[in-house]
Design a protein around this ligand. Structure first.
Ligand code: PEP
Length: 244
């Protein structure tokens, strides 16, 4: 169960969140729990979660380890700050910051080389779904962003299916719609990396997951977890999702 805070909270608010959140998930051993704050809050999140099962992630990384790339942060920097995960290819990065399938692949390779666990996001826009192009879009994103990894690299990747029309809109894909998309993605994994990889890969659903819809989504065997935006900002709400 992963939370994406996007561009919300400062270091003090990060510490305050974990003071409330950790006691509420102390009994949760059925899943891994990851929070991805803005990079500036990673040290506060790592300090606050020390000794707990909760892990910390970044929301993006650049694929070079260091250099004259003003404003960027690298995988080794994220790792050294104590984070274990990184979100890659979020639809907001694709829509507003020029992320492409090719740069998703670069970032994913860099994350793996740094020993980070990537959560790679795919998903169609509303117009693409309405035009019946969901499957083609997922095929293309998989082919460009993930199929170029080695089998050993792919085994360390988590995929998040996030239909863009469901992110931050309050519109959730029905559990059946989400499961259909997950089956398409798992089919791509099987074609590229084989049946064992397809059975093993974890595919998270993301898009307006809330305490009141998480149970229905998680009841689908195809759905292995959730990537949660808005509802991960409040400790009680994200704890309810984790404890679904
Ligand atoms: C997200 O940011 O990845 C996301 C799914 O957001 P929300 O839960 O707010 O739709």
């Amino acid at each position: 169960m992963a939370g994406n805070w996007k561009m919300f909270k400062n270091p003090a608010e990060t510490t305050a969140f974990f003071e409330k959140f950790l006691p509420q998930v102390a009994g949760a051993t059925h899943c891994e729990i990851v929070l991805c704050p803005p990079a500036i809050n990673i040290p506060a999140a790592v300090a606050a979660t020390a000794g707990s099962r909760v892990e910390v992630g970044a929301q993006n990384l650049y694929w070079k380890n260091e250099g004259a790339f003003t404003g960027e942060i690298s995988g080794p920097m994220i790792k050294a700050a104590g984070a274990a995960w990184v979100i890659i290819g979020h639809s907001e990065r694709r829509q507003f910051f020029g992320e492409t399938d090719a740069t998703v692949l670069e970032r994913t390779k860099a994350a793996l080389a740094a020993g980070l666990k990537p959560i790679v996001c795919v998903g169609e826009m509303l117009a693409e779904r309405e035009a019946g192009e969901t499957e083609a879009v997922l095929h293309q994103q998989f082919a460009g962003g993930l199929a170029g990894l080695s089998a050993e690299e792919f085994a360390r990747v988590v995929i998040a299916y996030e239909p863009v029309w469901a992110i931050g809109t309050g519109k959730t894909a029905t559990p059946e719609m989400a499961a259909d998309a997950h089956r398409i993605i798992r089919g791509r994994v099987e074609a590229a990396f084989g049946g064992n990889a397809a059975a093993a890969v974890r595919i998270l659903y993301g898009g307006s997951v809330k305490p009141d819809n998480v149970k229905g989504l998680m009841a689908q065997p195809e759905i292995d977890g959730a990537l949660v935006g808005g509802a991960s900002l409040e400790a009680g709400s994200f704890a309810s999702i984790v404890n679904f």
